[in-house]
Write a protein that binds this ligand. Structure first.
Ligand code: FMN
Length: 202
């Protein structure tokens, strides 16, 4: 989309878009709530926009020489199926970050709707030490020893193959060592800063 007449951004933030068509950074139309220009995209406007990107909720766990720990995450994404790899983004400002790196393994446990209470518990929104958090559910080991959650929609047991630090977060690229699908019929999505149940698993 080209620059609009009278637009103070006209010509300033143009770059090559799809098939060479120029577009403006962040342009989403002349509507309230549209953020235009790189300087206009603040941390808060980015967070508000990401709140509109629904995502599954997982409890990411680890166990090993550095100890046992877990945290809630929505920043989980598939990377490639050859080798089967996913990524997890983890805040670097927590003590757990070093534990995950030292253990070198993690398990992504995708929560079912019935397991929603584990999200605030492992998300640090309910005051509880790690033992109390883990005692709220039953766990078992798959291939790596990282705790796999009984009844999770699915568990991805992983070895951390690569780590990239980006801003405030570590991006863990994780190779899948074992998989386990559960019998849950309802999934859990975090969207608009609220939890939503989704049906659909037969
Ligand atoms: C729904 C939800 C999603 C979250 N997603 C992430 C995430 O993707 N990555 C991350 O580092 N932290 C995420 N967090 C925050 C961490 O779970 C939290 O900061 C972490 O558990 C530290 O809290 P603690 O120090 O009390 O353990 C999320 C929290 C919630 C409730």
């Amino acid at each position: 989309m080209g620059a609009l007449p009278g637009d103070p951004q006209a010509g300033a933030n143009l770059c090559a878009g799809v098939r060479g068509m120029p577009y403006r950074w962040g342009h989403i139309g002349e509507r309230p709530g549209a953020w235009r220009g790189p300087g206009m995209v603040t941390q808060q406007s980015y967070r508000d926009a990401m709140a509109r990107l629904g995502a599954a909720v997982s409890v990411i766990t680890t166990d090993g020489p550095a100890g046992r720990g877990g945290f809630t995450a929505s920043a989980v994404c598939s990377v490639t199926d050859d080798p089967p790899t996913l990524l997890v983004c983890m805040n670097r400002g927590t003590d757990l970050n070093a534990m995950f790196k030292a253990n070198g393994v993690l398990c992504v446990n995708v929560l079912s709707a019935a397991q929603q209470r584990l999200s605030p518990l492992f998300g640090g929104l309910v005051p509880a030490d790690m033992e109390t958090r883990f005692s709220a559910a039953a766990w078992h080991a798959l291939a790596t020893g990282a705790p796999a959650l009984d009844g999770a929609v699915v568990s991805f047991d992983c070895r951390i193959a690569q780590i990239t630090e980006v801003g405030t977060h570590s991006v863990f690229f994780c190779e899948i060592a074992a998989l386990q699908s559960g019998a849950a019929h309802e999934g859990l999505i975090y969207f608009g800063r609220a939890y939503h149940r989704i049906a659909g698993m037969g």
